[in-house]
Design a protein around this ligand. Structure first.
Ligand code: NAP
Length: 313
């Protein structure tokens, strides 16, 4: 515990939290949460746990055995953890993706939640001043983050949602499960899955007014997840990637006249909601944002080019 003790010495924190993911080479979550704990005067600490693919169920057991206060869940475990918890919030059940583990009120059950959904909604509103209501939306990716985004835009009243997946079968599975979750809800959008090869992705973008990147493409600072010609001035672009803060997709979209933003605000808001769940108090959002920005300006940038950043959360 001494190595993760932010106070130095051998003082043992009252409660330990953390993030599970893999490869998790870089993550802003410890800086965001440890800042929040300090600001709130809590003697808590947030650590990084590298959990290889396939071992998420053991990590949920470890949370019980080690009496951890809670866990954040990132790539590649969001879908695996879904099947390992004792109970799910309605939003985690609908998305079949879990990014937050907490304890039930009587501390007997591990509860899975998904704060990416509300974090995305707040990020879209804060960074671009919009919601997905009445929009034709393209979502790139079919992993855990894409599940949260598709559910969020459907709840907001999007007209149509096209999920474009590198592995079309995963995109189809995502659309099927969100369609199931939307059964009986009024005003559900038209949902469809497409691959990323061929002309359909470009056509879908040209017919849409909101494009959301829920893949890690662009975190290398050079690649873009759609053909350049697919980007037009009538689009809003929200890129979940936040490092670099302005990805090539965001830069190209902005220079084409599109409204465009990266995913930092979503990251801050989903973390703030985790903090509120764990502590029961209001999150010190401004301090969390300042800490993340400072880390992005120094820590992550200093290390850029030294390793693959696809495990960012
Ligand atoms: P994930 O579950 O691993 O899913 C990643 C998705 O991206 C998969 O559908 C994958 O395709 C696709 N993909 C990966 N590399 C690709 C490539 N080179 N070309 C095309 N598609 C590719 O990860 P996730 O949890 O959904 O996270 C996705 C991204 O969102 C990450 O960059 C993560 O850091 C970011 N994120 C940001 C926030 C935030 O708060 N800003 C929150 C959550 C996630 P396959 O299906 O073929 O594997």
């Amino acid at each position: 515990v001494a190595s993760i003790d932010p106070y130095g010495g051998t003082e043992v924190p009252e409660r330990v939290f953390g993030i599970i993911g893999y490869p998790l080479r870089f993550t802003l979550s410890p800086i965001i949460h440890n800042t929040a704990f300090r600001e709130a005067g809590l003697d808590w600490v947030y650590a990084v746990f590298r959990v290889p693919p396939g071992e998420a169920p053991k990590a949920v057991e470890a949370m019980k055995v080690l009496k951890l206060g809670g866990l954040s869940v990132t790539i590649p475990h969001k879908e695996a953890v879904f099947s390992s918890v004792d109970s799910l919030t309605p939003v985690a059940a609908a998305t079949r993706a879990v990014n937050t583990l907490s304890w039930s009120e009587d501390a007997s059950l591990v509860v899975g939640d998904n704060t990416d959904v509300a974090g995305f909604v707040r990020g879209l509103e804060t960074s671009l001043g919009i919601s997905a209501e009445g929009r034709n939306v393209v979502v790139l990716g079919s992993g855990g983050a894409a599940r949260a985004v598709v559910w969020a835009v459907a709840q907001q009243g999007a007209l149509s949602v096209t999920v474009a997946g590198r592995t079309p079968s995963r995109a189809v599975a995502l659309v099927e499960s969100i369609t199931d979750a939307l059964q009986g809800k009024p005003h559900s959008p038209r949902l469809r899955a497409i691959g990323t090869e061929g002309p359909r992705l470009k056509e879908a973008c040209l017919e849409s007014d909101l494009l959301i990147n829920a893949t890690p493409v662009g975190s290398d600072g050079t690649s873009i997840p759609v053909p350049r010609e697919a980007i037009h001035g009538g689009l809003y672009v929200y890129d979940l990637v936040y490092s670099p803060m302005r990805t090539p997709l965001v830069e190209i979209a902005a220079s084409s006249g599109a409204g465009a933003a990266g995913g930092l605000e979503m990251l801050i808001f989903q973390g703030a909601l985790q903090f509120e769940q764990w502590s029961g108090g209001d999150a010190p959002i401004d301090a969390m944002r300042r800490a993340a920005l400072a880390e992005l300006a120094t820590g992550l940038q200093n290390r850029s080019g030294t390793a693959d950043k696809s495990g960012l959360k």
